[in-house]
Design a protein around this ligand. Structure first.
Ligand code: NBP
Length: 482
């Protein structure tokens, strides 16, 4: 019997997805560039399964039932193009190539269109949940050529995570939509992690709490509105002791790595002109952490941070830090969904925000209770401009406001950096300000560059230029928005 699907790339994600598919009754043929990995996989984790090993792409393609589905789980970038070039001559019209790696959505746009012209259907799908998710149920975000979806759907929805029997996998949209949504998911993941790290630093350095105390606080927070996979693993990390009985987290070097999806999200937000400040700060916070040697040097050169020990009500401050984390998290998702709204318009992705929240509710790294609230907000109003305008979130922001500010003040007083908490607050305060100081900014632009301005006492769209110095010209610059 021929295999239902072929998978190329037997690293951690590929191997676990194959075993997951096998568990759900699908017959999978596998290939890997280093073919010894195929043999090791069959002799090891895939022993006693239906998995078929192959040692060439020809053999892989021949082993598949028609229409053939070949899924790539390889390093994103050129490697994907190289495999596509090798596979196309071996495939027939109507066959399907799926890229499950973290590809840039513009690459997926290009590949979907180029392959459609050759009658090969292409799907670019986000797969989230890491090793554990891939093995037992990831969140899967497919987009690309919709003609391929009915063939792939039974496999993907069977192996994905489920919440209340709903699969965390639904068709996201055309072309690079799946990879776009996965990119924003990863950006939000950067934000969630940075927010937790800022809460950690305020609790440990600001309030002087131990890892065991932090474990209890995060375990407690995991029972409430912050309940999520990342809070859960954070609680577990604080409880984990090294061989000498001391918390392992204290011995880990403070230099963060990154693979690029957070940066892509930030770049795209700049391209689309959408404030995505929290994710941006989270990417930059990782960059600053990576400058370890320079920071150590600066710590010796610059004045020490203010040594004001906390003397207030500790329980109240812990609660304030909780509120800061919750409010800033709402801002992060509001910004992320606002970005997707713009992208949906700009790239014709027809994104369904409620479905996206549903897909992220289980299986993936940012899975949380909170995504139910987002789903409900979009169910109530699919055209919602910004999550902050939904009653539920507007009310939540009102309740968290005071604590959020107190937590940031603690950081400011003690010199503990809270870039994500603070930039989120700046966005919030800006978003609900009717009159920002951009009137002055427009005056400056008109003063030095004759860039013109609109007036509060004239209709929108009418532009004025003033000769501010009395010796400027009357010619205005062209008015356009970048
Ligand atoms: P890696 O991203 O480490 O990729 C390893 C695979 O790529 C191996 O099969 C390797 O073959 C193959 N490969 C490389 Br590297 N260079 C190649 C080349 N020049 N030609 C052919 N094959 C090449 O594996 P992963 O962590 O399992 O991730 C797979 C994809 O899924 C990536 O796009 C990743 O970003 C994405 N992803 C990863 C995670 C995660 O938690 N790890 C989560 C979600 C998505 P070899 O064995 O011959 O070297």
């Amino acid at each position: 019997m021929k295999a239902d699907i072929g998978l190329i790339g037997l690293a951690v994600m590929g191997q676990n997805l194959v075993l997951n598919m096998n568990d759900h009754g699908f017959k999978v043929a596998v290939f890997n560039r280093t073919t010894s990995v195929v043999d090791e996989f069959l002799a090891g984790p895939a022993a006693d399964t239906e998995v078929v090993g192959t040692h060439s792409l020809e053999e892989l393609v021949d082993s598949l039932s028609s229409p053939r589905i070949v899924m790539l789980m390889v390093k994103a970038g050129e490697v994907v193009d190289q495999y596509i070039d090798k596979l196309v001559p071996l495939l027939s019209a109507g066959d399907i190539i799926v890229d499950g790696g973290n590809s840039l959505f513009t690459d997926t746009n290009r590949r979907t269109q180029a392959l459609a012209a050759q009658n090969i259907y292409y799907i670019g799908t986000g797969v989230s949940g890491g090793e554990e998710g891939a093995r037992h149920g990831p969140s899967i975000m497919p987009g690309g050529n919709p003609a391929a979806w009915p063939t792939v759907k039974p496999i993907f929805q069977a192996i994905s995570a489920h919440v209340n029997n709903d699969p965390c996998c639904e068709w996201v949209g055309d072309n690079g939509a799946g990879h776009y949504v996965k990119m924003v998911h990863n950006g939000i993941e950067y934000g969630d992690m940075q927010l937790i790290c800022e809460a950690y630093k305020l609790l440990s350095d600001g309030l002087g709490l131990s890892a065991d105390q932090l474990h209890s606080i995060f375990a407690d927070w995991n029972q409430g509105v912050l309940s999520s996979y990342l809070i859960e693993i954070t609680a577990a990390i604080f409880a984990y002791k090294d061989e000498d009985g001391l918390p392992l987290v204290d011995k880990i070097l403070d230099t963060a790595g990154q693979k690029g999806t957070g940066k892509w999200t930030g770049i795209n937000a700049l391209d689309l002109g959408i404030p995505l400040t929290l994710i941006g700060e989270s990417v930059f916070a990782r960059c600053l952490s990576a400058q370890k040697d320079e920071r150590v040097k600066a710590a010796g050169v610059l004045p020490k941070r203010p040594a004001t020990a906390f003397t207030g009500d500790q329980a109240a401050m812990i609660s304030a830090i909780h509120d800061a984390l919750y409010a800033a998290k709402i801002i992060s998702y509001a910004q992320g969904f606002r970005l997707m709204r713009e992208a949906s318009k700009e790239y014709n992705l027809s994104l369904n925000y409620g479905e996206i929240a549903l897909m992220w509710r289980g299986g993936c790294i940012i899975r949380s209770q909170f995504l139910n609230d987002i789903k409900q907000a979009y169910d109530a109003n699919p055209a919602l401009e910004n999550l902050l305008l939904a009653d539920f979130f507007a009310e939540a922001m009102g309740k968290a406001d005071a604590g959020w500010r107190k937590a940031i003040i603690l950081g400011i007083e003690q010199g503990i950096p809270t870039p994500a908490f603070s930039s989120a607050l700046a966005y919030y305060d800006g978003y609900r300000t009717e009159r920002l100081p951009a009137n002055l900014l427009q005056a400056q632009r008109d003063y030095f560059g004759a860039h013109t301005y609109e007036r509060t006492d004239k209709p929108r769209g009418e532009f004025f230029h003033t000769d501010w110095t009395g010796h400027g010209g009357k010619t205005a610059s062209t008015t356009y928005t970048v």
